[in-house]
Design a protein around this ligand. Structure first.
Ligand SMILES: Cc1cc2nc3c(=O)[nH]c(=O)nc-3n(C[C@H](O)[C@H](O)[C@H](O)COP(=O)(O)OP(=O)(O)OC[C@H]3O[C@@H](n4cnc5c(N)ncnc54)[C@H](O)[C@@H]3O)c2cc1C
Length: 102
């Protein structure tokens, strides 16, 4: 099997990757998701930030910047482009609507 596991952490946390991997494997075993499986390959990446933080200030600033950029025919979309929480499907719908509007 192939598994992708996310672990949330504060942006300045000191992460012990080997200990986290051992914890994840132990928890997966405890939950019965893995049994006699053998780990043959692994990779990790630290995303900082992985998710945008949405505040009243960020909403106002995003709206201001999008309006300003649009006057130069620059259209900012997507997760970081819109500073929003979204799925891939949201991104496809948003960009299709933008293309139709343009
Ligand atoms: C940890 C995590 C898990 C997720 N899980 C899911 C999931 O299970 N299902 C789901 O639907 N969505 C999931 N999402 C959300 C999904 O990944 C995003 O909604 C989607 O990738 C956003 O697409 P995007 O094109 O806006 O941005 P991105 O996919 O981030 O693409 C932006 C691209 O621009 C490039 N770039 C940035 N700066 C520059 C530059 N200066 N010059 C050139 N290139 C640049 C980046 O390298 C990147 O390739 C997840 C997101 C995260 C972070």
């Amino acid at each position: 099997m192939s598994l992708y596991v996310e672990i949330g952490a504060p942006h300045d946390a000191a992460l012990d990757i080997d200990a986290l991997r051992a914890r994840v494997l132990g928890d997966l075993h405890h939950e019965g998701i893995v049994t006699d499986h053998r780990l043959i390959s692994h990779h990790h990446v630290i995303l900082d930030p992985a998710y945008v933080h949405i505040t009243q200030a960020s909403l106002a600033e995003t709206a201001r910047l999008k309006a300003e950029l649009a006057t130069h025919d620059v259209h900012s979309v997507g997760r970081y482009g819109g500073w929003t929480y979204c799925s891939i499907e949201d991104n496809l719908i948003e960009t299709r609507e933008l293309a139709q509007r343009l």
